[in-house]
Design a protein around this ligand. Sequence first.
Ligand code: C2O
Length: 567
Amino acid sequence: MGGVRTFLLAACILFSSAQLSAGVTRHYKFDITLRNATRLCTTKSIVTVNGQFPGPRIVVREGDRLVVKVVNHVRSDITIHWHGIRQVQSGWADGPEYITQCPIRTGQSYVYNFTTAGQRGTLWWHAHASWLRATVYGSLVILPKRGVPYPFARPYKEVPIILGEWFNADPEAVIAQALRTGGGPNVSDAYTINGLPGPLYNCSGKDTFKLKVKPGKTYLLRLINAALNDELFFGIANHTVTVVETDASYVKPFDAEALVITPGQTANVLLHAKPTFPNAAFLFAARPYATGQGTFDNTTTAGVLEYHNPNRASTKLPLLRPALPSLNDTANVTNFASKLRSLADDRYPSDVPRTVDRRFYFTIGLGTDPCPTNRTCQGPNGTKFAASVNNASFVFPSTALLQAHYYSQSNGVYTTDFPDIPPFPFNYTGTPPNNTFVSKGTKVVVLPFNTSVELVLQDTSIQGIENHPMHFHGHNFHVVGQGFGNYDPVTDPCNFNLVDPVEKNTAGVPVGGWLAIRFRADNPGAWLMHCHIDLHLSWGLKMVWVVNDGPLPNQKLPPPPSDLPRC
Ligand code: C2O
């Protein structure tokens, strides 16, 4: 009898631990500090986490809880955002300054506490204050639960590859000057791979990331585009890769010679090393996909892929360069985007909403602000550059929006009149209107809990058509359709993919085109949606969705943590 009971108990424990999504709690400390760094023969002081650049790698398992104490030892205000983490019922830990929290001031600290339940894949973290993410970023890898395999052959090794953007100047000074003059900012000096520009820049050869592989093995590259302002093509000379995941959602595998990866996006790709030792070394490289009219950093970062051969003395091998798509190869980008399909199988079904409660149509793009009197401005025709969603250019409130929402004190902080449709219809991708001034304000859309939303994002031609990588906090979305020109609400929905649309947290709105997404507003809080090009973010290309509490206890935003920074 006793034996049977013990057995039952043991079986019970096994069963319940397999059911529980809660994993272990992992504690980290992020000290925000300055350090000197030298790239391209220029030494400067940069803001870092724990003196590391790129910042510390975080590797956890699905279901683990992260508790990260951030202590600010530098003069700039800072926050940290956990890019792609859903933050279900933990909206206070999301991070964007003045949206979910006031910034952490000098000498102060804040503990970010959130779970990775229900998520797996490559994500990342970065500063979400001004342009500090130029140097404050790192990878956040969520491994599947123990015993749960990848839906692809197990790789021999996993390698994070973070693409970044390096300024010889202080990025904070660059954006401050641009906002003051109203003109475009000075561009960066290099792109980087894991913090290193690589051999194609002057005075940079020793700052090259090297990847050593063994013949016949498969490597999982966890790619992250952390660049501030540039979408990038990435490719490896003489190798195709297999794309298996984007934005921490599995996709139906497909082969690609080059990838396009926008700021904010991640991609997991399998690199199949050649079966035998090749008589060459190979560069992997990234350079811009550029669609805007402004100047940009037209340079190429590269790393070296070397085959490890213990039987051969290291001889000088020829170094092959990848053929990356040309700078404005939109056909390549469209083709790549069309191949991204979610697995949509029994194990990883698609939860794209099949029915829609609310529809929205948002124009996104640039615009202008008038130049203050007695000043000269360097934007278009003597104005200042601005950017907007439905012509509303978002102004940060002076206190955290989420707090105002939680305590029902929106008065003087934000208004709930964000337009559902463009306030002044025009031929969005045709000739722009004469008046390109944006309206300023702190406007939100309020959604009842569990609203199923369809949103069409429409690029505009104001100051030039351009691909905008739109990022949504607190939710993943499903890309159900995209196209060029103006969205047609009658014919375009016929082609929507409601079977296996790719699930993303960041997606490029095609240059001179539109993107249709669906999501379920099942996460109470205040969620920023913005262009992940930091310049456009600074110019106001952002808005906020406020998702109200649901009726059940587990559908409510808990009270703020006691150490939530004050403004
Ligand atoms: Cu990766 Cu709001 O950002």
